[in-house]
Design a protein around this ligand. Sequence first.
Ligand code: GDD
Ligand code: MN
Length: 382
Amino acid sequence: MDGEIGLLSGGVRNLIAATATPSLQLTVIIPTFNEAENVAPLAAKLDKALSGLNWEAVYVDDDSADGTSDRVRELARVDRRIRVIQRVGRRGLSSAVVEGMLSSAAPVVAVIDGDMQHDETVLVKLYAAIADEGNDLAIGTRYTEGGSTGEWDESRVKISRLATRLSNLLLKNDVKDPMSGFFAVKREVFVEALPNLSMVGFKILLDMVASVPRKLRIAEIPYTFRSRIAGESKLDSKVAQEFGALLLEKMFGHIVPVRLLMFAAVGGLGLLVHLATLGAIVRVLDIDFRIGQSIAVFTAMTFNYILNNSFTYRDMRLRGARFVRGLFTFYAVCLIGAIGNIGVGEFIYNMHYRWWLAGIAGAVVGVVWNYAASAMFTWNRK
Ligand code: GDD
Ligand code: MN
C-alpha cells in the first residue's frame, strides 16, 4: 500500500527505483570521422541486433565537417540510449575510442566502426563471451575459420598479415587479429591498461593488449568484413607510420622514449647530410673550408628540423608562421648544443681519455641537450 511505501527511508526507496530499471550492460563506442550518412542506418542495425540487452551507444566524432555529430544529436533527442562526444581540435581513432570508454559506466564496453563494415550481429556474442563466459576481452576476428576479410584486395590482405606477425612478436598473448577495430572488453581490464596506453594511431586493440601487464583471457569470434557503402576509408600512409611508432614505443618505450630514439636517428642522417654538403662545397666547388663548414651546418640543421617536424613530432607538427619560428629556435638550440658538445668532448679528452670516447661523450650530451631543449622551445612540450 501507498502508506507503507511512504514509511520506507529515502535510501531504500532509491534502491527500489534503481532495481526497477535493469542496469546498463553494454556501451558500444563508435568512432566517427565524416560518417554522416552512416549514423542512422548503423543505429537502426544496433537497435535490432542488441534487442536482448540493456545497451547504449556513444559516437565519438572528431568534429567532422559533414555534420556527423549533429546527425547523432538528432537521434539522441528521441533515443536516450544514444549519445555523442564531439571532440574539437583533436584527431585519432585510438584516442577517440579511449575517450568514449572513459565516458561509459557499463561493465562491458565494445567498439565498432561507424561505417557498417563490422558485423553488428556479432556484438551479442562478444558481449556474452565476457559477461557469461568470463573472458577479459572478446575480439571480432577475420582470421579464424568462419571469418574473412571479405572483398579486400590481395595487397591489403598481405600487409595486414605482416602487421599481425609483427604485433605478435610484441604481445604476451597470441592474438589472431590484433589489428581488429572490432572488439569488446571488460571495463576493469580497460582501466588496467589505461596508465600504459600510447593512444597513437589506429591500433587501440593492440595498444591495449600490450598495455596490460598480465596474460588475458581472450575469445576470438569470427566475422566477415563488409565493404563500405557510404563515405570513405581514413586509412592512409600515415597509419603505417603510426603503427611503426606504436610498435617501437611498446618495445623500447620503457627504456628510452621513442621520440628520443627517432630524434637521434634523424641526427645520424643529419650528420651524413652535413658531410655530403661539406664534401660538395669543398671538393667540387673548391670554396674555403670555413665557409663550407658553415653552410653544411645550416643545411644539416634545416634538414633535421624538417625531418623531426614531419616524423618525430608528426602529432604536434608546426605549420605556417609557427614553422618559421620553430626553425629559428631549433637553430639556436643546436648551436648551443654544439658548444656543449665541443666543451664536454674537450673536457673528457683533457682528462686523458681516448679521443673517440671523448667524441662520443660530447655527441651524446649534444643529442640529449638538443632533444630536451628543442622539445621545450621548438615544439613547446611541457
Ligand atoms: N573519431 C575518429 N577520429 N574516428 C575516426 C578517425 C579519427 O581520427 N579515423 C577514422 N575514424 C573512424 C571512421 O569514421 C570509421 O568509423 C572507423 O573509425 C574506421 O575507419 P576506416 O577509415 O573506415 O578504417 P578502415 O575500414 O580502413 O579500417 C578498419 O579495419 C582495420 C583492419 O585492418 C578499422 O576497423 C581499423 O580499426 C582496423 O584496424
Ligand atoms: Mn572502414
